[in-house]
Design a binder for this molecule. Structure first.
Ligand SMILES: NC(=O)C1=CN([C@@H]2O[C@H](COP(=O)(O)OP(=O)(O)OC[C@H]3O[C@@H](n4cnc5c(N)ncnc54)[C@H](OP(=O)(O)O)[C@@H]3O)[C@@H](O)[C@H]2O)C=CC1
Ligand SMILES: N[C@@H](CC=O)C(=O)O
Length: 385
């Protein structure tokens, strides 16, 4: 039983998990909240939680407790493990990011049966499938609405209202930083100045290469695809191209034809091989790529740090989820909703997927090719309905 949880097919199985898993799984009965990280997202979360539930916030851990912050809190902790271990903390809110320390902290919280809320798409898109299975074993819950689309409630919609939909396609514009940059470039700004502004506004990841190289969008697409197609799905298998090589000339060439240049992240069903031993295998085309989008298409609409996720289902038809996809306050809105759901335990947490991993093949789109100054460029065009 233990092995089946820790070795989900094709998903990395951290070697330290068994010892942590057996370290203690007692579920606490308190309602305290422990916040890990108080940066762009964490500070907004702290302000919202302190306004809503001041008596429930037990501890906030940061790297540098002496740094000035716009959060009214007297005693910042420097040891996040102490916050996780605090018997008064039942809900651990991870806003540190990355897959090193954050992963250790989330594992520890789950091992102790505590509810975990995280905005960390990197962690969920690389280890989410087995973390969810691990949480199911210890009685913990794992919620990550903020990991995709900032304030847009797409994770909850996919895990709840659309859980039984036959999804044919999911995706769209899921990275606010790159959308902000491409938008600014179409208004005449330079790439570097637009990126610097996105960083100043708190949209970009700590290392902005995660945004511009398409990693962040691939993480979000893996999470969406897992939810849409009910299969363990990790971002390392998603074909990815970023926006770093795009020029103002590329933006202009599209605009002349009525197209906007967007970083798209889309997964769509292409085939379904015959059932094997009761488990349906499922293949989807998935990719992150810059693409020209006709100006009247929903994918062309996001401005600045906005995102749009389109779900196309056999039953529901086309559904659009749009809104602010990055920044402290919009992301905190989703984090706090998860915290309240965990406190009230009134909604089931995001399900652990079973069965064979989602099989992905690269997204195929027609390309617009042109030669300028002897250099050939080919940028895909989103021509689908
Ligand atoms: N920014 C955004 O728009 C969005 C971000 N996210 C995700 O939210 C998460 C946080 O992002 P963001 O707020 O932008 O990141 P920041 O870099 O602004 O904040 C990170 C926080 O983690 C703290 N931290 C780092 N190391 C430690 C440590 N060893 N012990 C305790 N605390 C530590 C930092 O402390 P200190 O302040 O002392 O340096 C800081 O408060 C990431 O997973 C990100 O991908 C999700 C959606 C949107
Ligand atoms: N860096 C991310 C932040 C939100 O997820 C983005 O730009 O979308």
């Amino acid at each position: 039983m233990e092995d089946s949880v820790l070795t989900l097919s094709g998903v990395p199985s951290p070697s330290d998990a068994p010892s942590i898993a057996t370290a203690g799984t007692a579920t606490t009965r308190v309602d305290g909240i422990g916040l890990l990280g108080c940066g762009t997202v964490g500070a907004s979360v702290a302000r919202r939680l302190l306004a809503l539930h001041p008596q429930l916030v037990r501890a906030i851990a940061v790297r540098d407790p002496h740094k000035p912050r716009a959060v009214e809190w007297a005693d910042f902790e420097s040891d996040p493990f102490e916050v996780v271990d605090d018997p008064a903390v039942r809900v651990v809110v991870e806003c540190i990011g990355g897959v090193g320390l954050a992963r250790e902290l989330v594992l520890r919280a789950i091992a102790r049966g505590k509810d975990v809320v995280t905005a960390n798409k990197d962690l969920i898109a690389t280890e989410g499938p087995w973390l969810a299975a691990f949480a199911a074993r210890t009685g913990a819950s794992l919620r990550y609405e903020a990991a995709v689309g900032g304030a847009i409630p797409i994770v909850r919609a996919m895990a709840g209202s659309l859980a039984n939909e036959d999804v044919l396609e999911i995706g769209g514009v899921v990275n606010g930083t790159t959308n902000f940059i491409l938008d600014a470039m179409s208004d005449g700004a330079g790439y570097d100045e637009a990126l610097a502004e996105a960083q100043r506004l708190g949209y970009a990841e700590t290392d902005p290469r995660a945004d511009v190289d398409g990693h962040d969008a691939a993480h979000k697409l893996a999470i969406l695809a897992g939810l849409a197609f009910h299969r363990p799905s990790v971002s390392g298998r998603i074909a990815r191209r970023g926006i770093g090589a795009l020029t103002a000339e590329d933006v202009r060439a599209g605009a002349e034809r009525g197209w906007r240049l967007k970083l798209l992240a889309v997964a769509r069903r292409v085939e379904e091989p015959p059932a094997a031993e009761g488990d349906r295998a499922l293949v989807v085309e998935a990719g992150v790529t810059p693409a020209y989008v006709p100006a009247d298409h929903p994918f062309a609409r996001p401005r600045g740090a906005e995102n749009v996720v389109r779900v196309v289902g056999a039953g529901c038809g086309e559904l659009l989820f749009a809104g602010t996809g990055a920044g402290g306050d919009p992301t905190a809105s989703a984090v706090v909703a998860d915290v309240v759901a965990a406190l009230e335990s009134r909604e089931r947490h995001v399900p652990a997927h079973a069965g064979p991993d989602l099989q992905t093949v690269p997204l195929r789109l027609p390309a617009f090719e042109r030669v300028r100054d002897g250099v050939r460029s080919a940028i895909p065009v989103w021509a689908a309905a």
